[in-house]
Design a binder for this molecule. Structure first.
Ligand SMILES: C[S@@+](CC[C@H](N)C(=O)[O-])C[C@H]1O[C@@H](n2cnc3c(N)ncnc32)[C@H](O)[C@@H]1O
Length: 256
Protein backbone atom coordinates (compact mmCIF):
# COMPACT_ATOMS: atom_id res chain seq x y z
CA UNK A 1 0.00 0.00 0.00
CA UNK A 2 1.26 3.49 -0.77
CA UNK A 3 1.65 6.34 1.67
CA UNK A 4 -1.07 8.36 -0.05
CA UNK A 5 -4.40 6.56 0.05
CA UNK A 6 -6.44 9.80 -0.05
CA UNK A 7 -9.51 9.86 -2.33
CA UNK A 8 -11.76 12.86 -3.00
CA UNK A 9 -15.32 11.67 -2.38
CA UNK A 10 -16.70 15.03 -3.54
CA UNK A 11 -15.75 14.19 -7.15
CA UNK A 12 -17.40 10.74 -7.15
CA UNK A 13 -20.46 11.52 -5.02
CA UNK A 14 -22.98 10.36 -7.67
CA UNK A 15 -21.16 7.08 -8.30
CA UNK A 16 -20.86 6.38 -4.57
CA UNK A 17 -24.56 7.13 -4.22
CA UNK A 18 -25.29 4.55 -7.00
CA UNK A 19 -23.32 1.96 -4.99
CA UNK A 20 -25.20 2.88 -1.78
CA UNK A 21 -28.58 2.50 -3.52
CA UNK A 22 -27.78 -0.94 -4.92
CA UNK A 23 -25.88 -2.54 -2.05
CA UNK A 24 -27.27 -4.04 1.17
CA UNK A 25 -23.97 -3.16 2.82
CA UNK A 26 -25.30 -0.25 4.95
CA UNK A 27 -28.31 -2.27 6.15
CA UNK A 28 -26.13 -5.22 7.14
CA UNK A 29 -23.51 -2.96 8.75
CA UNK A 30 -26.01 -1.15 11.01
CA UNK A 31 -27.55 -4.45 12.09
CA UNK A 32 -24.13 -5.85 12.90
CA UNK A 33 -23.06 -2.73 14.83
CA UNK A 34 -26.26 -2.85 16.90
CA UNK A 35 -25.48 -6.46 17.87
CA UNK A 36 -21.83 -5.69 18.56
CA UNK A 37 -22.72 -2.74 20.80
CA UNK A 38 -25.39 -4.57 22.81
CA UNK A 39 -24.40 -4.45 26.48
CA UNK A 40 -21.34 -2.29 25.76
CA UNK A 41 -22.93 1.16 26.24
CA UNK A 42 -24.88 2.62 29.19
CA UNK A 43 -28.66 2.26 28.74
CA UNK A 44 -29.30 5.73 30.22
CA UNK A 45 -27.54 9.09 30.02
CA UNK A 46 -25.86 10.87 27.15
CA UNK A 47 -23.67 8.96 24.70
CA UNK A 48 -20.79 11.10 23.42
CA UNK A 49 -20.35 9.81 19.88
CA UNK A 50 -17.83 10.57 17.13
CA UNK A 51 -18.57 9.55 13.54
CA UNK A 52 -15.17 9.65 11.83
CA UNK A 53 -15.52 10.01 8.02
CA UNK A 54 -19.28 10.46 8.30
CA UNK A 55 -19.90 11.33 4.61
CA UNK A 56 -23.35 12.89 4.10
CA UNK A 57 -24.59 11.48 7.43
CA UNK A 58 -27.06 9.04 5.86
CA UNK A 59 -25.29 6.11 7.46
CA UNK A 60 -25.09 7.93 10.82
CA UNK A 61 -28.84 8.55 10.67
CA UNK A 62 -29.52 4.89 9.94
CA UNK A 63 -27.19 3.88 12.76
CA UNK A 64 -28.99 6.16 15.27
CA UNK A 65 -32.36 4.80 14.08
CA UNK A 66 -31.21 1.19 14.51
CA UNK A 67 -29.95 1.88 18.03
CA UNK A 68 -33.17 3.74 18.82
CA UNK A 69 -31.47 6.60 20.64
CA UNK A 70 -33.56 9.72 21.22
CA UNK A 71 -31.70 12.95 20.33
CA UNK A 72 -31.37 13.95 24.00
CA UNK A 73 -29.29 10.79 24.53
CA UNK A 74 -26.74 11.75 21.86
CA UNK A 75 -23.92 14.34 21.77
CA UNK A 76 -22.58 14.09 18.24
CA UNK A 77 -19.17 14.97 16.81
CA UNK A 78 -18.56 14.60 13.06
CA UNK A 79 -15.24 14.43 11.21
CA UNK A 80 -15.41 14.57 7.42
CA UNK A 81 -12.76 16.14 5.12
CA UNK A 82 -15.08 17.12 2.21
CA UNK A 83 -16.58 20.44 3.35
CA UNK A 84 -19.79 20.33 1.27
CA UNK A 85 -20.44 16.74 2.31
CA UNK A 86 -19.80 17.54 5.98
CA UNK A 87 -22.26 20.45 5.78
CA UNK A 88 -24.92 18.07 4.45
CA UNK A 89 -24.24 15.72 7.36
CA UNK A 90 -24.49 18.51 9.93
CA UNK A 91 -27.79 19.66 8.42
CA UNK A 92 -29.18 16.12 8.23
CA UNK A 93 -28.18 15.24 11.80
CA UNK A 94 -28.77 18.55 13.63
CA UNK A 95 -32.05 17.33 15.11
CA UNK A 96 -30.52 13.97 16.12
CA UNK A 97 -28.06 15.40 18.66
CA UNK A 98 -29.13 16.82 22.03
CA UNK A 99 -26.21 19.28 21.91
CA UNK A 100 -24.96 21.35 18.94
CA UNK A 101 -22.94 19.11 16.61
CA UNK A 102 -19.18 19.52 16.91
CA UNK A 103 -17.67 19.24 13.41
CA UNK A 104 -14.26 19.34 11.77
CA UNK A 105 -12.46 18.28 8.60
CA UNK A 106 -9.85 16.29 10.50
CA UNK A 107 -9.29 14.98 13.98
CA UNK A 108 -7.17 17.46 15.98
CA UNK A 109 -3.52 16.39 16.38
CA UNK A 110 -3.99 15.86 20.09
CA UNK A 111 -7.16 13.76 19.54
CA UNK A 112 -10.62 14.79 20.71
CA UNK A 113 -13.35 13.70 23.05
CA UNK A 114 -13.47 11.83 25.27
CA UNK A 115 -16.09 9.71 23.48
CA UNK A 116 -18.16 6.78 24.72
CA UNK A 117 -18.51 5.57 21.14
CA UNK A 118 -16.51 6.07 17.95
CA UNK A 119 -17.83 4.88 14.58
CA UNK A 120 -15.70 4.78 11.41
CA UNK A 121 -17.78 3.07 8.71
CA UNK A 122 -15.77 2.15 5.59
CA UNK A 123 -13.34 5.05 6.01
CA UNK A 124 -9.87 3.65 6.68
CA UNK A 125 -9.23 2.71 3.04
CA UNK A 126 -8.44 6.37 2.41
CA UNK A 127 -6.81 7.54 5.66
CA UNK A 128 -3.10 8.44 5.54
CA UNK A 129 -0.92 7.52 8.55
CA UNK A 130 -3.31 4.73 9.45
CA UNK A 131 -1.64 3.56 12.66
CA UNK A 132 -1.24 7.11 14.04
CA UNK A 133 -4.87 7.93 13.23
CA UNK A 134 -6.11 4.71 14.86
CA UNK A 135 -3.99 5.51 17.94
CA UNK A 136 -5.57 8.99 18.10
CA UNK A 137 -9.06 7.53 17.84
CA UNK A 138 -8.50 4.88 20.51
CA UNK A 139 -6.86 7.56 22.68
CA UNK A 140 -10.03 9.67 22.30
CA UNK A 141 -12.20 6.97 23.94
CA UNK A 142 -13.27 7.23 27.54
CA UNK A 143 -12.19 4.26 29.72
CA UNK A 144 -14.79 1.56 28.98
CA UNK A 145 -15.63 3.19 25.62
CA UNK A 146 -16.03 1.36 22.30
CA UNK A 147 -14.73 1.98 18.80
CA UNK A 148 -16.44 0.14 15.92
CA UNK A 149 -15.28 0.09 12.33
CA UNK A 150 -16.03 -1.73 9.06
CA UNK A 151 -13.62 -2.20 6.17
CA UNK A 152 -13.35 -4.80 3.41
CA UNK A 153 -10.40 -7.16 3.21
CA UNK A 154 -8.50 -8.73 0.32
CA UNK A 155 -11.10 -11.47 -0.23
CA UNK A 156 -13.93 -8.94 -0.78
CA UNK A 157 -15.09 -8.93 -4.42
CA UNK A 158 -14.60 -5.16 -4.87
CA UNK A 159 -11.15 -5.26 -3.26
CA UNK A 160 -10.38 -8.02 -5.79
CA UNK A 161 -11.27 -5.43 -8.48
CA UNK A 162 -8.74 -3.05 -6.91
CA UNK A 163 -6.10 -5.76 -6.84
CA UNK A 164 -6.76 -6.65 -10.52
CA UNK A 165 -6.91 -3.01 -11.68
CA UNK A 166 -3.77 -1.81 -9.89
CA UNK A 167 -2.04 -5.08 -10.93
CA UNK A 168 -2.84 -4.17 -14.54
CA UNK A 169 -1.17 -0.79 -13.90
CA UNK A 170 1.84 -2.60 -12.41
CA UNK A 171 1.43 -0.99 -9.03
CA UNK A 172 0.25 -1.85 -5.55
CA UNK A 173 -3.24 -0.94 -4.37
CA UNK A 174 -2.79 2.58 -2.93
CA UNK A 175 -5.61 2.15 -0.40
CA UNK A 176 -5.74 0.34 2.94
CA UNK A 177 -7.78 -2.82 3.48
CA UNK A 178 -8.98 -4.74 6.54
CA UNK A 179 -5.68 -6.59 6.89
CA UNK A 180 -3.89 -3.22 7.27
CA UNK A 181 -6.31 -2.06 9.98
CA UNK A 182 -5.92 -5.36 11.82
CA UNK A 183 -2.11 -5.20 11.58
CA UNK A 184 -2.13 -1.63 12.96
CA UNK A 185 -4.47 -2.62 15.82
CA UNK A 186 -2.09 -5.45 16.70
CA UNK A 187 0.93 -3.14 16.59
CA UNK A 188 -0.93 -0.75 18.90
CA UNK A 189 -1.67 -3.61 21.34
CA UNK A 190 -5.41 -2.85 21.04
CA UNK A 191 -7.95 -5.29 22.39
CA UNK A 192 -10.41 -6.10 19.58
CA UNK A 193 -12.94 -8.61 18.26
CA UNK A 194 -13.43 -9.25 14.54
CA UNK A 195 -16.17 -10.75 12.39
CA UNK A 196 -17.27 -10.86 8.74
CA UNK A 197 -20.56 -9.23 7.71
CA UNK A 198 -22.08 -10.41 4.41
CA UNK A 199 -23.82 -8.09 1.92
CA UNK A 200 -25.00 -8.00 -1.71
CA UNK A 201 -24.48 -5.55 -4.55
CA UNK A 202 -27.11 -6.09 -7.27
CA UNK A 203 -27.85 -3.79 -10.22
CA UNK A 204 -29.13 -3.89 -13.79
CA UNK A 205 -26.28 -5.00 -16.01
CA UNK A 206 -25.17 -2.30 -18.44
CA UNK A 207 -21.77 -0.90 -19.32
CA UNK A 208 -22.83 2.47 -17.88
CA UNK A 209 -23.74 0.89 -14.54
CA UNK A 210 -20.55 -1.17 -14.42
CA UNK A 211 -18.62 2.08 -15.03
CA UNK A 212 -20.47 3.80 -12.16
CA UNK A 213 -19.14 1.24 -9.68
CA UNK A 214 -15.69 1.39 -11.28
CA UNK A 215 -15.60 5.23 -11.00
CA UNK A 216 -16.48 4.94 -7.30
CA UNK A 217 -13.76 2.31 -6.82
CA UNK A 218 -10.98 3.76 -8.98
CA UNK A 219 -11.70 7.51 -9.18
CA UNK A 220 -8.68 9.28 -10.74
CA UNK A 221 -7.06 5.98 -11.77
CA UNK A 222 -9.97 5.01 -14.04
CA UNK A 223 -8.77 6.81 -17.21
CA UNK A 224 -5.42 5.03 -16.95
CA UNK A 225 -6.99 1.62 -17.59
CA UNK A 226 -8.44 0.07 -20.79
CA UNK A 227 -12.25 0.22 -20.72
CA UNK A 228 -12.67 -3.34 -22.01
CA UNK A 229 -10.51 -4.75 -19.21
CA UNK A 230 -12.42 -2.72 -16.63
CA UNK A 231 -15.97 -3.66 -17.66
CA UNK A 232 -14.84 -7.29 -18.06
CA UNK A 233 -14.11 -7.47 -14.34
CA UNK A 234 -17.88 -7.85 -13.80
CA UNK A 235 -18.41 -10.71 -16.27
CA UNK A 236 -18.27 -13.49 -13.69
CA UNK A 237 -21.05 -11.77 -11.72
CA UNK A 238 -23.47 -11.38 -14.67
CA UNK A 239 -26.72 -13.28 -14.25
CA UNK A 240 -30.03 -12.83 -16.17
CA UNK A 241 -29.44 -9.19 -17.07
CA UNK A 242 -28.16 -8.28 -13.61
CA UNK A 243 -24.84 -8.02 -11.85
CA UNK A 244 -25.07 -9.97 -8.60
CA UNK A 245 -22.15 -9.74 -6.20
CA UNK A 246 -22.34 -11.52 -2.84
CA UNK A 247 -19.42 -10.66 -0.62
CA UNK A 248 -18.51 -9.48 2.90
CA UNK A 249 -16.68 -6.82 4.90
CA UNK A 250 -14.86 -7.10 8.20
CA UNK A 251 -16.01 -5.49 11.44
CA UNK A 252 -13.64 -4.65 14.29
CA UNK A 253 -14.89 -3.82 17.79
CA UNK A 254 -12.19 -2.18 19.88
CA UNK A 255 -12.63 -1.69 23.61
CA UNK A 256 -10.65 0.56 25.94
C1 LIG B 1 -16.94 5.13 1.71
S1 LIG B 1 -17.26 6.69 2.40
C2 LIG B 1 -18.14 6.26 3.90
C3 LIG B 1 -18.97 7.39 4.44
C4 LIG B 1 -19.81 7.04 5.68
N1 LIG B 1 -18.98 6.64 6.79
C5 LIG B 1 -20.79 5.95 5.33
O1 LIG B 1 -20.68 4.83 5.83
O2 LIG B 1 -21.69 6.23 4.52
C6 LIG B 1 -15.67 7.17 3.01
C7 LIG B 1 -15.68 8.53 3.70
O3 LIG B 1 -14.40 8.72 4.32
C8 LIG B 1 -14.06 10.08 4.16
N2 LIG B 1 -12.59 10.23 4.33
C9 LIG B 1 -11.65 10.12 3.39
N3 LIG B 1 -10.43 10.38 3.92
C10 LIG B 1 -10.63 10.61 5.24
C11 LIG B 1 -9.78 10.95 6.33
N4 LIG B 1 -8.45 11.07 6.15
N5 LIG B 1 -10.32 11.15 7.55
C12 LIG B 1 -11.66 11.03 7.73
N6 LIG B 1 -12.52 10.72 6.73
C13 LIG B 1 -12.02 10.51 5.51
C14 LIG B 1 -14.52 10.38 2.74
O4 LIG B 1 -14.58 11.77 2.46
C15 LIG B 1 -15.87 9.69 2.73
O5 LIG B 1 -16.91 10.52 3.20
Amino acid sequence: MSENPAKDFGAIADDYSFFERHATEAREDVRAYAEELRGRLPTTGVVRMLDFGCGTGTFTERFLDELGWAPERVALTLVEPVDAVRRQAVERLASRSGTPIVESATLPAEGAGPFDLILANHVFYYVPNLRAELAKLIGSLVAGGTFVTAIAGRSNALIEFWIAAFGELGREVPYHVAEDVEGALQELGASYAKRSVAYELVFEDSEANRMRILRFLLADYLPLLPREFLVGLFDRYACDGQIEIRTASEHYVVGK
